[in-house]
Design a protein around this ligand. Structure first.
Ligand code: PLP
Length: 391
């Protein structure tokens, strides 16, 4: 099998565990998952479902009540009437990415994807035999893609454009102009839009904007969302896709082939998450907001670091070019290594999110602030000491 790229976060996590086994305390900003427990009522619903013996196969596309609840959620939050037949439940958002890409793209096709971006996109595009076409997200455009950059990367061979807003790794939100241009181009060139909206509820300013809601978009859009981030359910493995009925049938068949179905009691827990009290999810967003403010302020006070204030997700993507140069390093990758071994701080360099294209002279790292304020303060203190010449 062709060797495919993967998520460096998991490798760095292993390094952190290794350092900690040696007795070092590492402040980790490297993993993208909420540090909160799954809300109590959701856990109870899962436990209750197990007690009721909801422990067997379910339909591949998911249990009907959950598909109905997702359809209602999409209608409410995106303003798009949605039929449960247009919903596919899977063990995470990731399998929806895999299966819809496999169903749509193949050799000879091009798939445009955000760069920097979630590394899995490029891996799956290659796995499908299609050609990955990176779409740059630049700091000067607040890390939204621009209409011009998109227009020059799509054409008759484009099978799909992947967008991700709010965005991993920058926390940016796509501009309304960019989304409008995306839909216009999709209709003109007849390509699919895969809109990864896994952070749709982790938003600090304004309402969530989805291309799905724009006129003429619904019949060519796959919305990917899920429970991992909003309800702190990364380990339960559940997510969903919303797409036209025929494609939903194809994707559900791929779920049959690859996973059979999503764990049935997990689906009952997810149903409770979606239809129950939203206060725990709201409180998590408020905690993330306080952490965002603290980390952005702290990073901007460190010499050689410049950090935009992201509007969503739980990541910051500071420009560390000054720090890299001041410490005589060649790249953010070297900074990542130095911070781990010398300062005891785990971050991920720009290169974990795709090969830089057009921004090679600028250095970035990603910090996930899904960690406590105490850890953030300690991490900032260590970063500052490192930047001022110590470790
Ligand atoms: N999409 C993006 C942009 C992500 O950052 C992640 C997780 O890090 C996922 C999808 C995967 O989510 P899930 O746990 O639902 O598979």
């Amino acid at each position: 099998m062709a060797v495919v790229g993967t998520e460096t976060a998991f490798e760095v996590l292993a390094r952190v565990a290794e350092e900690e086994r040696r007795g070092r305390r590492i402040v980790s900003f490297c993993i993208g998952e909420p540090d909160f427990p799954t809300p109590e009522a959701v856990k109870e619903a899962g436990i209750e479902a197990i007690r009721r013996n909801e422990t067997h196969y379910s339909p591949s596309a998911g249990i009907r009540p959950l598909r109905e609840a997702v359809a209602a959620e999409i209608a409410r939050t995106r303003g798009v009437p949605t039929d449960p037949e247009e919903v596919v439940i899977a063990p995470g958002a990731k399998p929806i990415l895999f299966h819809s890409l496999m169903a749509i793209a193949g050799p000879g096709d091009e798939v445009v994807y955000p760069n920097p971006g979630f590394p899995i996109y490029e891996s799956v595009i290659r796995l499908a035999g299609a050609t990955p076409v990176p779409l740059p997200l630049r700091e000067e455009a607040a890390f939204s893609f621009t209409a011009e950059d998109l227009a020059t990367r799509v054409g008759p061979r484009t099978a799909m454009v992947i967008v991700n807003s709010p965005h991993n790794p920058t926390g940016s939100v796509a501009s309304p102009e960019a989304l409008a241009e995306l839909v216009r181009l999709a209709r003109r060139h007849d390509f699919w839009i895969l809109s990864d909206e896994i952070y749709s509820r982790i938003l600090y300013e304004g309402e969530h904007r989805s291309p799905h809601a724009l006129p003429g978009a619904k019949e060519r859009t796959i919305v990917v969302d899920g429970f991992s981030k909003t309800y702190a359910m990364t380990g339960w493995r559940i997510g969903y896709g919303v797409m036209p009925r025929t494609l939903a049938g194809d994707v559900a068949r791929l779920v049959t082939n690859a996973e059979s179905c999503t764990a049935t009691f997990t689906q009952h827990a997810a149903l409770a998450a979606l239809t129950g009290d939203q206060e725990p999810a709201r409180r998590m967003v408020e905690a993330f907001r306080a952490r965002r403010d603290r980390i952005v302020e702290g990073l901007n006070a460190i010499p050689g670091i410049r950090c935009l204030r992201p509007q969503g997700a739980f990541y910051v993507f500071p420009n560390v070019t000054g720090l890299v140069q001041a410490r005589g390093l060649a790249s953010a990758r070297e900074l990542q290594e130095a911070l781990l071994t010398e300062a005891g701080v785990a971050v991920l360099s720009r290169s974990a999110f795709g090969t830089p294209a057009g921004d090679e002279d600028q250095q970035y790292v990603r910090l996930s602030y899904a960690t406590s304020l105490e850890q953030i303060d300690e991490g900032l203190r260590r970063l500052e000491a490192y930047a001022r010449g110590g470790a």
